[in-house]
Design a protein around this ligand. Sequence first.
Ligand code: PBG
Length: 324
Amino acid sequence: MDFPRLRLRRLRRSETLRRMVRETWLTPADFIYPLFVREGRGVRNPIASMPGQYQLSVDEAVREAREAAGLGIPAVILFGIPDHKDAVGTGAYDDDGIVQRAVRALKDAVPDLCVITDVCLCEYTDHGHCGVIRDGDVDNDATLDLLVSEALSHARAGADLVAPSDMMDGRVAALRTALDADGFADVPVMAYAAKFASTFYGPFRDAAESPPQFGDRRSYQMDPANADEALREVELDIREGADLVMVKPALPYLDVIRRVKDTFGYPTAAYNVSGEYAMVKAMDRLGWGDGAGLMMESLLSIKRAGADLILTYFAPEAARILNG
Ligand code: PBG
């Protein structure tokens, strides 16, 4: 059948019809809400480049997480901002570190909430790189030992899921082996499997106070030009034992999300990163676009591309809209 007998506009005539043929639906259960935790009490420091996001002390993080859970958001992911940084990121694997304390408080206050921890060293090192430095570059194998210590420390604190975001080779296998050996065989690993060296992380590095003090992350994060290599990264992480895989950022890499989902059929997460959030907020502030519309269309596109889960700073805001 062809035009004029065929008219695709027939099914777009009313909101009711549009709802009936809608292919992709967002729900608050799709979201993982990132939180930045720091020392103190009653602290809620606004992050200038991420309007609506805050560095939170543990008590405030609990408040924020409780509210998110009430909106139907199943999970948060924690990023720590320690008071003390050093060359080997000691704060990352301190059992009394900021993330470890936040995990315990959150599991205590909101037991059903899935508490995920970001496993990386860049927030804890004084040079801001995601591992230990040797000869001017991040030393892969020496970093693995520290990531293992960090993940185990998070698991001991009660983390429900650990998410390595460092992009060292072999880290998923190292974490899986160590978790299994230490009685945490039930703690899944969500691998930041295809993580690109992206300019869109800019606001995050302000938020987490973690910009690299020299050089950049291109010797460990992926070249934005490479999609075949992204599939190899994902395949490797799956072979090493990743339970969920992630593509990051999301919007500039929708093609990668689709290929990862189609190729592996694994639970696939996508990280709608700080710069993607800031872009929407900036357009809204400048009067160049409607923030809510930009937000929902962005999130929908990520889900349509094949993501099962979306890590997004929009989580509560979008959940409020979805809940009506
Ligand atoms: C840590 C980490 C980063 C992000 C998540 N985990 C920063 C980076 O790699 O520079 C970025 C998240 C965002 O931009 O929202 N390695």
